[in-house]
Design a protein. Structure first.
Length: 130
């Protein structure tokens, strides 16, 4: 199992994972809420839905910035960024997204399998030997 060099890398992974998962939750929820608000002619609910859409857009932008620096410790591929490279034959998507599987695995299990090299990595810092 591979580990990371610094705590800041682990924090970057966790924040980018949180932003990705919140974006995947907020975007569809905002769309459904807008449709419901239009049908019910509810102006306040429309504002709430627009706020959720703006929050999803901001989460997308910040996640895009952070995800470029979330790399697998073995193959150095950015696992939370869209790279459009060939995935490992065992890599399976979650709801159509390999990145979402990695993000939820980072948040809930503190480990993840890289979708490019299929090596397991733990969200821990390497011990330094001197």
């Amino acid at each position: 199992m591979h580990q990371f060099r610094t705590k800041s890398t682990i924090l970057r992974f966790k924040v980018a994972s949180l932003l990705l998962s919140s974006r995947c939750l907020l975007a569809p929820l905002a769309g459904v809420t807008v449709m419901y608000a239009v049908v019910q002619f509810d102006r306040k609910l429309t504002y709430v839905a627009i706020g959720m859409g703006i929050a999803a857009a901001l989460a997308t932008i910040f996640q895009w910035i952070l995800a470029a620096r979330t790399r697998c410790p073995l193959c150095l591929a950015p696992v939370l960024a869209s790279r459009r490279c060939a995935k490992h034959r065992r890599a399976r998507p979650l709801l159509g997204s390999h990145r979402l599987r990695v993000a939820l695995s980072v948040l809930f299990k503190n480990t993840f399998y890289c979708p490019y090299c299929w090596e397991k990595s733990a969200m821990t810092v390497r011990s330094s030997r001197r």
